[in-house]
Design a protein around this ligand. Structure first.
Ligand SMILES: C[S@@+](CC[C@H](N)C(=O)[O-])C[C@H]1O[C@@H](n2cnc3c(N)ncnc32)[C@H](O)[C@@H]1O
Length: 335
């Protein structure tokens, strides 16, 4: 979403670019250093508009990047479901869902802040004047949490799940250590409620990183931002192209054959090898993939691999602290 397209629908009319930049910096400070004052941006049209200008635009591309990890048949299914955007804020991900689908969708927004609700309404009605947001879900339901589960906490998330009884669930949350134990609590409850895991875990067994004080499971994406959005990012000195995130997807009505390995960490590349950590049927392994014998396309693919990729390997040799492997498939494509 380019900023130019969104600007007419902001609640607050910024006097000029420096005025907008100052407000974005205020919001960003509340997220990073003043967590106790985090709710300020939800009650003030100026800060809510700054959030929208910067975080809505830079978060929207996450949905499409995350969908690349998801099973295609599942995406086809959820395209026709009601997308319930919980903690929608200005409607970031309902808009991303609508833009991804390219046609009218069934979308519904849940949001506690009245300022954000006003902001979301103004944008949706401005961009899609002939398409109404739903007040009540129709057909299958996807309950979606985008940077909101971490603000409301697992108990509130589980209450929303009980209330809406969704067929599918998707979380796109910050890739932070603090959020990880909260996500594990939600995951455990969903397994108990008989949801199938679609992403990221290879199985429903206990997470091998549960209880770790130093390590947590999260993913990375690289996205291309629109030119005017990239300019805003540079002005507030924030990298919004390389983004860590915590993604989880579950379904009651759809199941898939999960990969046997999910890449959870890409270690620095050496002259001879790629070294990755992976979750293999829910225990941790370290893999060494030798460069020798690989062609240019293969080395490019491996150099671009980020945490979150699906992986199938063939064991070559057990080393002292890792397994030397050959790749059979990467990102669900034969290698
Ligand atoms: C960081 S914003 C994320 C907004 C949007 N989903 C996005 O990704 O840009 C978190 C939002 O969650 C909302 N929120 C927090 N607790 C909530 C709750 N219990 N129910 C509904 N919304 C909630 C906040 O008001 C805020 O708008």
């Amino acid at each position: 979403m380019d900023f130019f397209r969104l600007k007419p629908f902001l609640l607050f009319d910024f006097k000029d670019e420096p005025d907008l930049i100052k407000a974005i910096e205020e919001v960003s400070l509340k997220f990073t250093q003043q967590r106790e004052r985090i709710s300020d941006y939800l009650n003030d049209p100026r800060l809510a508009s700054a959030y929208t200008a910067f975080y809505l635009t830079t978060n929207m591309p996450k949905l499409e990047a995350v969908f690349k990890w998801m099973p295609k048949d599942w995406l086809e299914m959820i395209k026709h479901s009601t997308f319930i955007d919980v903690g929608a804020g200005p409607g970031t991900f309902s808009l991303a869902f609508r833009e991804w689908a390219g046609v009218p969708v069934k979308a519904m927004q849940i949001e506690t802040s009245s300022v954000m609700r006003d902001q979301a309404r103004k944008i949706w009605e401005g961009l899609y004047p002939d398409e109404k947001l739903l007040q009540k879900a129709e057909g299958e339901k996807v309950l979606f949490f985008g940077h909101s589960a971490n603000e409301m906490g697992p108990d509130a998330v589980l209450r929303y799940i009980k209330e809406h009884d969704p067929d599918h669930l998707l979380f796109i949350e910050p890739g932070t250590k603090d959020f990880f134990p909260q996500m594990l609590k939600i995951r455990a409850a969903l397994i108990k409620y008989d949801f199938n895991i679609l992403f990221p875990c290879p199985s429903a067994a206990e997470c091998p990183l549960k209880g770790s004080s130093t390590d947590w499971c999260h993913q990375f994406i690289q996205v291309r931002q629109e030119n005017d959005v990239e300019r805003l990012s540079q002005m507030v000195r924030k990298d919004r192209r390389n983004l860590p995130l915590t993604v989880h997807a579950f379904s009651k009505t759809f199941s898939t054959v999960n990969p046997s390995v999910r890449v959870i960490r890409v270690l620095p590349e050496t002259k001879f090898s790629y070294d990755w950590e992976g979750c293999e049927l829910n225990h941790l392994e370290r893999y060494q993939i030798m460069k020798r014998g690989l062609n240019k396309n293969q080395t490019t693919l491996l150099s671009e691999t980020l945490a979150g990729a699906a992986l199938e390997v063939e064991l070559e040799k057990v080393l002292e602290t890792s397994k030397r492997v050959k790749i059979k498939s990467l990102g669900n494509k034969p290698f």
